[in-house]
Design a protein around this ligand. Sequence first.
Ligand SMILES: Nc1ncnc2c1ncn2[C@@H]1O[C@H](COP(=O)(O)OP(=O)(O)OP(=O)(O)O)[C@@H](O)[C@H]1O
Length: 323
Amino acid sequence: MSSDRVLLEVRNLTVDYVGDTSIARAVNGIDFDIREGEAFGLAGESGCGKSTVAFALARLTRLPGLVSGGSVRFQGEEVLSFEKARLKAYRWREVSFVFQSAMNALNPVIPVSEQIMDVIETHNPELGEKGARARAVEMFELVGIPPQRLDDFPHQFSGGMRQRICIAIALALNPRLIIMDEPTTALDVVVQRDIIEQIVELKSRLGFSVLFITHDLGLMIEFCDRIGVMYSGELVEVAPASSILTNPQHPYTRALGSSFPPLSGPRQRLEGIAGSPPDLRALPQGCRFSPRCPHAMALCSQTAPELRFYPEHESEAACHLLN
Ligand SMILES: Nc1ncnc2c1ncn2[C@@H]1O[C@H](COP(=O)(O)OP(=O)(O)OP(=O)(O)O)[C@@H](O)[C@H]1O
């Protein structure tokens, strides 16, 4: 269960990719909060900026990417101005990351035990080798892998098990926030669901928050408390997962929902979304979705709408049609 206490507060976050002759603003001043114990999802078509946001929150943006503005506050502290030592603690102890390709990041020539213990000992030198091993055993048990296998090499595990090991490493320091960017996409559907169910169970037991990015909208709705929908580097809607498809406020959210097969009920034709997202170097004036929006009005191609809270729907949306 999530509480009302805010863990991470993102305000006006802006991220650019700087080229030789032009700048692409991949994230354009977005605002959202992740609450304590909450699973927050970021949805949207490929290229809308989800991973760019995830990297910026963990201060992992690398050139040509540049966080050019805004604020990211973690428990009230400004992450964007952390010095080196504070950043190191933030990245592991407070926030950790699980990527799609995380399982390939395990070093193939080093036993898994050493790789987990290395993370634990670096951040908790007082535990010593014995203490670190005990913690590694505990983490293996937590993600459902027999601890007898701790000294095996990565290739001795299946893809699903390797991804569980990465989740064990991500959880080893008991972080408050786990950023998961397509954490199970490379795995088969049954293993994906199994791992997600396990993360849900761990989340309710340990109380951490999750930022979840996946193309699987069904999985996201099942797993998340709230979902932010991004379009062309901006948040167009933030709403409870339970109502985002049944009561979407923004035409893009509606379109995203109708391009997604229903989980139950009669089969429907997928409407899809005509057209494609704009080139970041040649953005339309006004609302970025207006050239594809079936309901666009004259105002939409003149003025960009702001994200506003609509209490009757418990959601925020950025659309002139709602005003
Ligand atoms: N290193 C880079 N250099 C230049 N542009 C980049 C770079 N990385 C990403 N971009 C651009 O930034 C935008 C956002 O990309 P990002 O990977 O964050 O999107 P995404 O929503 O996570 O996509 P996907 O779902 O495909 O992972 C895209 O237009 C992409 O082309």
